[in-house]
Design a protein around this ligand. Structure first.
Ligand code: VG1
Ligand code: CO
Length: 543
């Protein structure tokens, strides 16, 4: 077996987005494309010789091929050991857990998360550091800079390694250890929550349905929910991971998790429903005929945290991404703990958690997590909810409406306009930036614009500054409209419009969010000139 140094030319488009580098599979299949990016990661992180690495992915199309390439490159770049999930599988939170538990020099996660998979669909890759969290912007910028001037990469000439049998093999001077993808993670979950109380709840007639959407969480959910916790067989649906997610869109929201939604809104619905995404880090929570918005879910978990053993001593603080509703801020205020507002993407939470400033983090995009790992964690959120339900013995809907009555309700919705021509989408954002002065102080019916800006964040731990993180229209009554371009898409541009209105009066809390937000939606369309500039009358997805 010999190490080959292969000459290559840079690709100009390897800039990581909100969560790693995401492209269509055929882009990754171009000669040298994946290799260039992996070499750029290795060169920028400069791991000590003999260091260990974790590698795994969500099992989508091209996962196995990519892992073989990465293993051979790791061997040629001086790594001493790679831990890889059996079958190449590791959910994103499980990868974070394994990095932390085995103290490796970070890991490489292969996923395009909630984006569809298959030969013509999406693939993705990202590096997570030694804390188990996504590389910070400083690191991803350094990787991008190297990718623009790379001239060669190193790879071992060797046969493929078997990924399907647990145990050790060697690849040159490097050891490859195939690990069970579920066990470390399941053990961590059991250490956080009251499994005894949840088991009792599930055996007392409380029915649950978990939709794994043919994505990576199937084996995790089956093992934990049906295995360790004794949920009825069949509680986990779509539990077999498929390379193309069964042709679906593995995004747990009311549009794409339609199988589950039908069950939860149908006759004889279970008491609790949940779904997770392609790589297992997102979650959607449903009660009987009831949907919990992710922003509310974060606030509720925070308000009830002490019911779970891991958080019984209370929370250090809460962080939420800027577009996420301020529901969690109200809980933080009541608990007298700090609340941080960060740009979109989990990479901004790591420093806060490492510094012990926050315990819980969340995003409106169906992401919630805590400092047990450094990624958002879909199944963790489900178990946290079950723990709360076991302790409070009330239906999901009752818990949420009580929460609103106490803290007020932050009505919330997100409109996504997908696959827009890039020029048109950029035009909308530029037009809004140009309108800041004219909009400030302007009234639209009962709403008056207090300020508008382009969100910028200074990391309180390392002082790094991230600019241009989304246009904010902040109204005098606390309502908000946010416009942001997605950083995870692979086709054209996706414009997201986030709408939030606060309502203190409990007699209005039963309203449908679309009704409560109708006025703000009209303002958003009018001031952005979205319809004229993009030719789109309706959003692709409303969550
Ligand atoms: C989206 C979400 C963001 C999330 C990111 C990664 O990013 O809005 O909140 O952190 O996806 O989630 P964007 O740039 O498209 O808005 V995952 O589950 O795709 O890793
Ligand atoms: Co995801």
């Amino acid at each position: 077996m010999s190490i080959r140094t292969v000459s290559t030319q840079p690709f100009s488009d390897q800039k990581p987005g909100t969560s790693g580098l995401r492209k269509k599979v055929p882009v990754f299949q171009q000669p040298h494309y994946l290799e260039n990016f992996v070499q750029s990661i290795f060169d920028s992180i400069a791991a000590p010789k003999g260091a260990a690495l974790v590698v795994g992915g969500d099992g989508r199309y091209y996962n196995r091929e990519a892992i073989q390439i990465i293993l051979k490159m790791a061997a040629a770049n001086g790594f001493g050991k790679v831990l890889v999930g059996r079958g190449g599988i590791l959910s994103t939170p499980a990868a974070s857990c394994v990095i932390r538990k085995h103290k490796t020099f970070g890991g490489i996660i292969l996923s395009a998360s909630h984006n569809p998979g298959g030969p013509k669909e999406d693939f993705g890759i990202k590096y997570n550091g030694t804390n188990g969290g996504p590389a910070t912007e400083t690191v991803t910028e350094a990787i991008f800079a190297l990718s623009k001037k790379i001239s060669s990469y190193r790879i071992l000439d060797a046969a493929d390694v078997s990924l399907d049998t647990l145990g050790n093999t060697t690849l040159g001077d490097m050891q490859v250890q195939v690990i069970d993808p579920v066990s470390d993670y399941a053990e961590l979950m059991e250490s956080l929550f009251d499994f005894g109380a949840i088991r009792e709840l599930l055996q007392g007639g409380f029915r649950i349905k978990f939709d794994a959407m043919h994505a990576v969480n199937g084996p995790y959910a089956k093992h934990i929910l049906e295995g360790r916790l004794g949920a009825a067989a069949g509680s986990v649906m779509n539990g077999v991971p498929l390379e193309d997610f069964g042709g679906g869109h593995p995004d747990p929201n009311l549009t794409y998790a339609h199988d589950l939604v039908e069950i939860m809104y149908g006759d004889n619905a279970p008491d609790f429903g949940a779904a997770s995404d392609g790589d297992g880090d997102r979650n959607m929570i449903l009660g009987k005929h009831f949907f919990v918005t992710p922003s509310d879910s974060l606030a509720l978990l925070a308000a009830n945290a002490t019911l779970a053993p891991a958080y019984k001593k209370g929370l250090a603080g809460i962080a939420r991404s800027m577009p996420t509703s301020a529901a969690a801020d109200r809980v933080a205020q009541a608990l007298n703990i700090p609340c941080y507002e960060t740009p979109t993407g989990w990479k901004f939470f790591g420093n806060l958690m490492d510094a012990g400033r926050v315990t819980l983090c969340g995003e409106e995009s169906f992401g919630t997590g805590s400092d047990h790992v450094r990624e958002k964690d879909g199944l963790w959120a489900v178990l946290f909810w079950l723990n709360i339900l076991a302790a409070r013995k009330q239906p999901v809907e009752a818990i949420v409406t009580e929460h609103w009555a106490k803290y007020g309700r932050n009505f919330y919705s997100r409109y996504d306009y997908e696959g827009l021509p890039t020029e048109a989408a950029n035009g909308v954002v530029q037009h809004l930036r140009d309108s800041f002065a004219a909009l400030t102080g302007k009234s639209f019916g009962k709403y008056t614009v207090k300020t508008c800006d382009d969100f910028s964040y200074t990391d309180p731990v390392d002082g790094s500054v991230s600019q241009g993180q989304g246009i904010r229209l902040l109204f005098s009554d606390g309502s908000r409209i946010i416009f942001r371009l997605s950083g995870t898409g692979t086709e054209g541009a996706t414009l997201r419009v986030y709408l939030e209105a606060f309502e203190a009066d409990a007699s209005h809390h039963h309203l449908d969010a679309q009704v409560a937000l109708a006025g703000l939606i009209q303002i958003a369309l009018r001031v952005s000139e979205l319809q004229q500039r993009t030719g789109r009358d309706n959003p692709t997805v409303i969550t």
